[in-house]
Structures are given as C-alpha cells and as structure tokens.
Design a protein around this ligand. Structure first.
Ligand SMILES: [Fe+2]
Ligand SMILES: [Fe+2]
Length: 303
C-alpha cells in the first residue's frame, strides 16, 4: 500500500465522523431568497455596461474582489476533479466530495444572481472571463493526499475570509448577506478539513508536517487562472480584503501554528523536524513582512 493510500485508509473512520457532523450541522438555504430581485431590470445588449448603471458605489478594489471571488467559485468542475482523483469515489470520501460539490455549486449561483441584479460589475466582461477561465482549467493539484488536505484546509479558510471581508466593505446589507451565507458554507468546509488534518497529524506526523510545510510555503489562492489575476490580487490586498496581514493573523498563526499545535508535535523523524522548523520560520517571516507593509501603509493612510 502506498503512503497516500495508507493515510486515506487510516483516515476513513475520521472522514465518516466528520461527514456525519457536517450533515447534522447543515442549515438549508436558498440563493433565490437572498438576492434582491426588485433592484433588477432588463439589459439592453446594445448598451455597454458602465459603473453608474448600478445603485451601488463600489471602488475598483471591491469590484476586483467580487470578480475574483465569483470566478473562483465558477471553476468548481476542476476542484471536483482534483478532489475525486485524490480521495476516490467510494464510501465516505466520495460522499463528502459530492455533498461538498453540491454546496459549492450554490455559491456561484447566489453571487452571480446578486451581481447581475445589482449590475455591480460588467456582465459581459464577467462572462468572457468565466469562459476563458473554465476553458483553461488551471487549478492547484497537490501531489499527495497529505498535501491535498493541508491545501484545502488553508484554502477553504482563505475563501471564507475573502468572501466575508468583501461583504463587509460593500456597504449594502443585501450584498453582505449573500457573502455571509457563502462564507458560512466555506467555514464548515474549512472545519471539516482542519479536523481531518489534525487526525492525519496523529496518524503520520512526519509525512503530514512535510505536506503542511510545502503547502504553506507555496500557498496560492485557487483563482490563479483568472485573467489579470495578479492585478486583481493586488487590488484586493490594497482594500485590506486579503493581504499578508490577514493571511498571517487569520490563517497561519491561529490554524497552522496554534490549532495544529505545530510546536508541540511529537514523534517526528528527521525530515519531519526539518519541515517543522522550516514552516515555523516561514510563518515568522510572513508575520514580519506583514507588519512592515502595514506600518508603511498607515502613515500613507493618515496623510
Ligand atoms: Fe465556495
Ligand atoms: Fe468551500
């Protein structure tokens, strides 16, 4: 049995429990109930979109965040494929992936309906970007099962934070509600994977801590295949929706260091020890860089 297959096999009882907990805590919700339909009207194909068409006053940064958040959700077929390849179709692993996919599917429905009704972003640009992204099908493909669960735990939390922070800066209660509903799904996905990683750390700490080290150091949001992703990511950081500080203070420290108890792990072999030292050092560096950037930004904001 390969290492990856053995780990998945040993984690199966945990996946069964976590899936049961996930289903028991699920609250049904309907995208159509959170979309403010009365604010909508027909589109004239002859008239190109302009920002003034919307009843919202959004900065370009917030528009970037909405654009990237929605397109990231639109790439769901490829996330499904990656996870199915990694976890297989059978038993609780397959059941989890299908349930998760069904929940993820409503995120793009809710966000797109909201953006279309409120005319918050150019629907033609958005649809062209969706076509380009889904045709290219670029997604992170972690190499091992341990890498996979470490990546998705970080990514689900990052996505929750990005959606929730976007909702907060929109200045529209209906928009906040849409983003909050989506973020609360992401939170439940994150908790599932976070606890799966904790269980994996107990089974095979050295393998898993090496995977955590790789995934933390190489972490990228899943939207890298989006047209002009870099420019949008910079805009999103400028708006404080997702930047180094958020990444360090809301993900790396509380989850990787504290929740996964990296410093207290026992029974690591030499490679595991090296990985732990490497990831802790990396996290410290991210924290320092974040504080440096924040202190540079503050005087500028005050001025
Ligand atoms: Fe999602
Ligand atoms: Fe999710």
């Amino acid at each position: 049995m390969s290492e990856a297959v053995a780990l998945l096999h040993d984690l199966t009882p945990t996946v069964e429990q976590l899936l049961e907990r996930h289903l028991a805590s699920a609250k049904e919700w309907f995208p159509h109930e959170v979309v403010p339909w009365s604010r909508g009207r027909d589109f004239d194909p002859e008239r190109p979109w302009e920002p003034g068409d919307s009843d919202l006053t959004l900065s370009d940064e917030v528009r970037s965040a909405l654009f990237v958040n929605l397109l990231t959700e639109d790439n769901l077929p490829y996330y499904f494929r990656t996870i199915e390849t990694m976890f297989g179709r059978d038993g609780a692993w397959g059941e989890w992936n299908r349930r998760w996919t069904a929940e993820e599917g409503r995120h793009s429905i809710a966000i797109r309906d909201y953006l279309t009704v409120t005319r918050a972003i150019d629907p033609v640009e958005l649809e062209r970007a969706r076509m380009a992204q889904v045709e290219c099908g670029q997604v992170p493909e972690p190499e091992t099962a341990a890498d996979g669960i470490a990546y998705v735990a970080l990514q689900e939390l990052a996505t929750r934070i990005a959606h929730h922070n976007t909702g907060k800066v929109m200045d529209d209660p209906a928009g906040y509600e849409v983003m909050k509903r989506v973020a609360s799904d992401e939170n439940r996905h994150y908790i599932f994977y976070r606890d799966l990683v904790s269980a994996a750390l107990e089974i095979d700490p050295s393998t898993v801590v090496q995977a955590i080290d790789r995934q933390v150091r190489d972490f990228e949001m899943p939207g890298t295949g989006i047209t002009d992703f870099e420019a949008h990511a910079k805009a999103i950081a400028r708006a404080g929706i997702y930047d180094y500080g958020v990444h360090h203070d809301a993900i790396l420290q509380p989850v990787v260091v504290r929740h996964w108890r990296l410093e207290q792990l026992e029974g690591l072999d030499a490679a595991g020890e090296r990985a732990r030292a490497s990831v802790l050092k990396y996290i410290e560096r991210v924290g320092k860089a974040a504080r440096r950037l924040a202190s540079r930004r503050e005087p500028a904001l005050a001025g």
